[in-house]
Design a protein around this ligand. Structure first.
Ligand code: SF4
Ligand code: SF4
Length: 70
């Protein structure tokens, strides 16, 4: 089985580059790219805690389980 369990979906158009998700992710799975937009950098590290999803003021992040298909 793959090691990646979670997918970090970011709607760049809604991201206002506040950096909250980057600051609060416990495993530093998200970074800001050169345009200042949030971007999944180390998706394999994501624990699915959904902190970023819940803290993003613009609801730009969605955490999706890659396993819950059954
Ligand atoms: S918390 Fe939301 S708006 Fe702020 S940088 Fe992250 S994705 Fe963008
Ligand atoms: S769900 Fe948790 S571990 Fe995954 S990117 Fe968001 S804050 Fe980081």
């Amino acid at each position: 089985m793959g090691s990646q369990k979670w997918q970090i979906l970011i709607e760049s158009g809604w991201c206002k580059s506040c950096g909250i998700c980057v600051a609060f992710c416990p495993v530093k799975a998200i970074v800001l790219n050169v345009e200042g937009k949030a971007m999944a950098a180390k998706e394999g590290r994501c624990t699915g805690c959904t902190l970023c999803e819940r803290l993003c003021p613009d609801l730009a992040i969605q955490i999706q389980s890659l396993e819950a298909t059954a």
